[in-house]
Structure formats: structure tokens, C-alpha cells
Design a protein around this ligand. Sequence first.
Ligand code: NDP
Length: 281
Amino acid sequence: MYDDIPYVALPSGKEVPALGLGTWNMGETRSSAEQEVESIRRAIDLGMTLIDTAEMYADGRSEEIVGRAIVNHREDVFLVSKVYPWNASATGTVDACERSLARLGTDHIDLYLLHWRGEHPLEETVAAFERLKMDGKIGDWCVSNFDTDDMEELFAVPDGRNCAANQVLYNLSRRGPEFSLLPWCQQHGVPLMAYSPIEQGRILKNHELIRIAKAYQATPAQLALAFLLEREGIIAIPKSSNPARVEENRGATDLDITEEDWAALDAVFPPPTRKTALEML
Ligand code: NDP
């Protein structure tokens, strides 16, 4: 048994789990499809019911894998998908959403994101999102890879304040958002969704992370995720196509780290002391 997953409230009041599942790279090869479906189902069983995908991932085949995994589980899942910036025009957004819905095998996406900023004016994309919302094809919309100044611009366009979240690169080794973006989002009630929360595995070899994790009979991935879960208004979406690792990541809720150990991690992964441009992968 695991501790409960904390919940994060979206501006609408809807609560979503602070620990979900990413699916980038799923759907790339046919031979791994069964295991990917199994991983998503394991995540759902364990309460990591926020599933993040995108039209970009494996050219839509990640959405197809998610669609297979959520058959008979649609109502248990909070489904997140994304539109390419070059599709995010008035009609292009709606068309892209329809294609995603078909691949996902559902009639609605719970949260639909602009993947990153592109050439279409924000007003146009927001208007298209609002139309999709009115038509019941999406529950909410939000953005991704938006820095503080992008969020301010967004909030200045009609209905821009309806943005439900911002999905950005945030983990122990990428703490830049803590300087101004995270405080801005917290002040405006906009949850931050942390993508690549274990830095695609790269931080797991860090000696201090390993040492501290061991002291709690935990793994480095669990400690890296606990760092995010500790913070107000953060949703972490680690990806794994391996059901055993999904279980391991789920265990991140069970760590109770002392102030002294957080300080030791700060020494190796220092918080930012000045504003730096938002990084993206
Ligand atoms: P993650 O930080 O989630 O790392 C995923 C990698 O780590 C995979 O190679 C996975 O391998 C491995 N892994 C997972 N759990 C463990 C573990 N416990 N121990 C060791 N290795 C582990 O990186 P992602 O870039 O995938 O980010 C997560 C999600 O965020 C994406 O899948 C996607 O949904 C979203 N995203 C959004 C972006 C955006 O621009 N909006 C950009 C990037 C990501 P394996 O599968 O074999 O377990």
C-alpha cells in the first residue's frame, strides 16, 4: 500500500493527482506496444490517473496506445493532450483536436495544451480552445513551455486567464522556474506541470541523490519525484514504459525527507539566484 497521492486544484476547482504518467516515446515500435499499454494501466490502477500525451508523440501513435489503455477506464482518467504550434490556428486547432480524439477513442480530452508558442497569435488559439470547450470536446485548455513574460501576454488576451496550467521543464537539475515563473503561477492559481521530472533518467546517477535516497530505503527516481511533490501546485508526469518502474515512481509519495536532507540536495542542485530563460527539451 502507498500513501495517497496529493491532489492539485485546477482554476476550475477540478482536482487532479499531483503524480501522473508521461507517454513521450510510447508508440515508437510495435513490439513494445503491449508493455506500454500495461504501464499505462498500472499507472491508472495505482491512482496516477493523469495521462499526458500529444499529437507529436510517435506521430500520433502514443495517443493510440493511450486510447487502447483507457478502453473501459475512460471515466477514471484525466486525459491530457497537445496541439502542435503550427496547427494552433482558429480551424487548425479544432481539426487537430478531432484527430486526437479519434486516435484516443474518446469524445473529450480533459486538458488540451498548446505544445509551445508558434506563429499563430495567442488570441486565435485561445478562441479556438474556448470553442472546443463550449462544444464539450475539451474540459479545459492550457499552455506549455511558457515563461513568465509569455504568461503575462497570455493573461492580457481575451479569455487568456482561463488557462488551467503551464507544462514546463522542471526537475532538480532544472530549477530555473523557481525564480519567477513558479511564484507567478502560484500567485495566479495556475498549476505548473513538471515535465521530464527525472531529467529523462540523467540525474539518477548523481552521488548525493543516490546517498540520500538510500538513507530512506528509496530510489533516486523516487527522491527526485518527492522533491516536486513537496511543492505547492506542482504536477509531475514521469514517463515509464516499464510497469515495475511505474510502481517504483508511485512510491515517491511515501518519502518523508528531513529539512537537513533537502538542504543537502540544495547544495548539489542549487536553487536559482537570478532569472534565466525557461529551458525546454
Ligand atoms: P522523464 O524525466 O519522465 O524520464 C523518462 C525516462 O526515464 C524514460 O527513459 C524512462 O525509461 C526512464 N525512467 C522512468 N522511470 C524510471 C525509474 N524509476 N528509474 C530509471 N529510469 C526511469 O522524461 P520525459 O521527457 O519522458 O518527461 C515526462 C513526460 O513529460 C513525457 O513523457 C511527456 O509526456 C511530457 N513532456 C512534455 C514536453 C513538453 O514540451 N510539453 C517535453 C518533454 C516531455 P522507461 O520508459 O524505459 O522506464
